[in-house]
Structure formats: C-alpha cells, structure tokens
Write a protein that binds this ligand. Structure first.
Ligand SMILES: O=C(O)c1ccccc1NCC(=O)[C@H](O)[C@H](O)COP(=O)(O)O
Length: 242
C-alpha cells in the first residue's frame, strides 16, 4: 500500500515575523504575525510536520536563530529546519534545536565536500533543497545561480543524500499550482524521496501531488494557500488521507 502524502505547513520567518514571499524574493513579504502562534495553530490543526525557514539566515540579513529554536522546542510534531545552514556552526545550532531534519540549500552548491561529510555523519537528518529556475539551481536565498539540477542530484545521490526538497522558484508563493512535470522528472532521476515545495493553491493541487506518491513524492510543503485561507489544514489533511 502506498502511504499518504505528508503535509508540511510552512512558517517562513523574516525579522521575527511569519511572512510569505513571492518567488522567494526579498521585499515581497506579506506578514502574518507571530511565527510561534502560526506554528502552534498548524499543530493544533493536526499537522505532523512543520517546515520552518529562517529567511534572514538564507538571505544573509541576520538570523532568527533564537526564535527558530523557541518555536522548534515548543512543537510536539516533527520539524524540518531550513535557511542559512551552511557550516558546522549553523548545522550544530539547527540540530541542537531538536528538529527532526535540516534542509541544506546553498551549501550543496558552494561547499559540496562539506555537504558530503555531513550527509555521511548525519544520514537522514539531512535533506537537500533543490531550488530551481528551469533546471538551474539557485543558492544564497535563491539569488545566485548554482549549477545544473540533474548533475547536482546525481552527485548528491552518489553521496547518499536521503531526501530532496524540490522547489520551482517561479511557482513559490504564487498560488499558481505546483510544477508537476518538474517533480515527475526529479522522481525519475532519483530513488530518494522528494518533498514538493512551492505553488500549492488548492485541494486539487494536493490531490495531484498525492498522485505522485507512487513515483517518489513523499510530502508537500504548503505556505501561502494556508495563510490566504484557500483551504484549512484540516481540509488539506482530509484531502490527502490515504
Ligand atoms: O527554504 C529556504 O531556505 C528559502 C530560502 C529563500 C527563500 C525561500 C525559502 N523557502 C521558502 C519555502 O520553503 C516556502 O515556505 C515554501 O516553498 C512554500 O511555498 P508556497 O506554498 O508557494 O507559499
């Protein structure tokens, strides 16, 4: 039997606030208040995962490390931490929060030897974010080109990377629907589970992503649609229930 699609409601933190960006671009923020309140609300609604992003750390405009730690420690559910985890110190701080796993982005493009080392050390506590425009990867808060998607995926697979978080930046925060073709292509290129991110707008999008579970899509991150109240998390969980 195939498992149900996992849902990861997103809390992206900028300057201490829960925000949503469009295409991940700095300056496009819509603010949604306290990150802790948002995270607790998703937990109360039945989430089993939280996708928590430190956008300042991703953009290099500071960090929300203390707040991210407080939110993670307040959760009874699994937490995936993302944003600016690029060296031993930031990885140690992220893992010390007690999160379930971390999502590395820029480091996989700029310091591949370090990423290979931490994959070997930490196994499935490490996921790698493949954030793309077309098939070109983007790093540094999605502001710099960082190589070819499929070459990088092959390299990370050979290093034992456990899981990928795949974002089509053109879709992120737009409510235009996920890039199903990209997800199919990535699943065809790797045996490792894929978490889809960016663009979910409706329960039908979630049903379409559920249809990709047999191909290797394990989960879906949902941000803007929940904040914009396109549907509730309870409805989303019902829609993907196996
Ligand atoms: O995850 C990151 O490190 C990151 C870096 C720079 C800009 C954005 C980043 N993440 C954004 C997300 O993970 C979103 O929460 C997620 O893609 C949800 O998108 P949507 O459902 O379209 O709001």
């Amino acid at each position: 039997m195939t498992s149900a699609l996992e849902l990861l409601p997103a809390v992206d933190v900028r300057d201490g606030q829960a925000v949503r960006l469009v295409h991940g671009e700095s300056g496009t923020e819509t603010s949604y208040g306290s990150p802790l309140e948002a995270a607790l609300a998703w937990q109360r609604s039945g989430a089993e995962w939280l996708h928590l992003v430190d956008l300042d750390a991703a953009f290099g405009t500071g960090d929300n490390r203390q707040l991210v730690r407080e939110v993670t420690e307040a959760m009874d559910i699994k937490v995936e931490l993302s944003g600016g985890i690029r060296d031993d110190a930031s990885l140690a701080a992220a893992l010390a929060t007690g999160c379930t796993r971390v999502n590395l982005g820029t480091a996989a493009l700029e310091t591949p030897e370090w990423v290979a080392k931490v994959i070997a050390e930490h196994g499935d506590k490490i996921a790698v974010g493949l954030d793309v425009r077309g098939t070109t990867l983007r790093g540094r808060g999605w502001t710099r080109d960082g190589g070819d998607l499929y070459e990088t995926l092959a390299r990370l697979d050979s290093e034992g990377c456990a899981r990928y978080v795949v974002t089509d930046i053109a879709k992120d925060g737009t409510l235009e629907g996920p890039n199903l073709e990209l997800l199919r292509n990535v699943c065809a290129a790797t045996d490792k589970p894929v978490v889809a991110s960016g663009g979910v707008s409706s329960l039908d999008d979630l049903r379409a992503l559920s249809g990709l579970v047999p191909l290797g899509v394990e989960g879906a991150i949902v941000g803007k649609a929940l904040y914009a109240k396109a549907f509730t998390l309870e409805e989303a969980l019902q829609a993907v229930a196996g």
